[in-house]
Design a protein around this ligand. Structure first.
Ligand code: NAP
Length: 353
């Protein structure tokens, strides 16, 4: 897009949530996006600035949050970011899609085949016809499907580093397509803005707690993403943990190492796969990822170690769950859908320490 290109009118549905707040922060600074609609549910009637004091200096801070009535959103926006709880997007998105609004969904509602929803998300999918039309929006692997896409399923925060780290290694034969064990750590903002007892300071401080074992909904997404990228369908065992941090995801995947594969060869494979990509930082052998180095940025760090003694490839990834794990990746998808450079309006530098 050239600087003279008309701006794209954008609705942020779920603007009162954590990921929605990040979307507004990023889109407000985007040179080709105009945020024209701020949707919410329980906080309808309040202003954006009241809900997100960190956004108080934006002109948008005085805007009232509104119920996302389809006709209103369709009349005011060309693209809707659905940053809603699972299930709500699947109900809302079809009406918007039918009026030619493009949808970028941050929930898990368009990431899997219809048959997976009752088991993994607990509902029958109400818009199964749209599932086959959704592009799985992991831009570094499926970016060529994005230009002009009408519906993008933005990936989950845990699957993003796992699929990015393993896919090139599986495709190159450096990792065998056997069972993969994934350990995940996430800060508390991963659970959204509505505080639950389990996510309170009292329950979380000095606590590291596994949850939803072995039924976390990102498990089939990792399997499907790996299959889409490589043609292999390795079984994934996934155990996420809540850690006492606000932002940040770290995933450690353990996969069968191919005979003779080394740390150096696997690192070179990933570096080649992501050469020239703005948001994937492949670390040199001996370095170690750190979620804090990604905080506030759209960068994912990847680190590979071959443990020849046990025949294990250890693939570690780190990102900011609200940026590359949610809102930043959604804006990256928005850019590619509209034919822009993927990096427009997105931060590569982290807030540190
Ligand atoms: N947090 C993360 O790190 C992260 C990462 C990747 C993906 N995601 C996904 O992104 C989505 C949003 O996550 P979040 O963490 O931002 O959650 P959140 O903080 O709980 O925000 C949810 C938002 O959805 C709105 N909402 C709730 N029910 C609704 C309904 N029936 N109709 C319309 N709007 C409704 C809420 O409005 P009110 O507050 O006004 O009720 C709020 O704005 C989820 O699907 C989540 O899985 C989150």
């Amino acid at each position: 897009m050239e600087p003279s290109t008309p701006h794209v009118r954008v609705a942020v549905l779920g603007a009162s949530g954590f990921a929605g707040g990040e979307l507004v922060r990023l889109l407000d600074a985007h040179p080709f996006a105009d945020v024209t609609f701020l949707g919410a549910h329980g906080s309808v009637g309040t202003t954006l600035g009241e809900i997100h004091p960190n956004l108080a200096s934006l002109a948008l801070a005085a805007e009232i949050l509104r119920e996302p009535v389809t006709a209103d959103v369709a009349g005011e926006a060309d693209v809707a970011f659905c940053s809603l709880p699972h299930g709500a997007s699947a109900e809302l998105a079809p009406g918007l899609l039918e009026t030619d609004v493009k949808v970028i969904d941050l929930a898990g509602d368009f990431r899997l085949p219809a048959s997976a929803y009752p088991d993994w998300y607990g509902f029958e999918h109400p818009a199964a016809d749209w599932l086959g039309k959704a592009v799985y929006g992991l831009p570094e692997l499926f970016g060529e499907q994005l230009p002009g896409a009408q519906l993008v399923a933005n990936p989950g925060c845990f699957p993003t580093p796992v699929i990015l780290g393993l896919s090139p290694l599986l495709s190159a034969g450096l990792v065998e397509p056997g069972p993969i064990h994934v350990d995940g750590k996430t800060g508390l903002s991963g659970a959204g803005r509505t505080a639950s007892d389990a996510a309170s300071f009292a329950a979380s401080e000095e606590s590291v707690r596994p949850y939803r074992v072995p039924r976390h909904q990102h498990t089939p997404e990792m399997e499907r993403g790996l299959e889409l990228a490589t043609g292999f369908t390795p079984a994934v065992v996934f155990v996420p943990h809540l850690v006492p941090a606000v932002r940040g995801v770290v995933t450690t995947a353990y996969a069968p190492l191919a005979s003779g594969a080394t740390t150096e060869a696997m690192t070179a494979c990933l570096k080649e796969a992501y050469e020239g990509r703005a948001f994937v930082r492949v670390l040199a052998p001996g370095e170690m990822v750190d979620s804090k180095r990604t905080r506030g940025s759209n960068v994912v760090e990847l680190q590979i170690v071959a443990d020849a003694r046990t025949g294990t490839a250890i693939v570690i990834g780190a990102l900011d769950n609200l940026v590359k794990g949610a809102a930043g990746q959604a804006v990256q998808n928005f850019n590619l859908v509209h034919g822009m450079d993927e990096a427009v309006g997105l931060p590569t530098l982290a807030v540190y320490p």
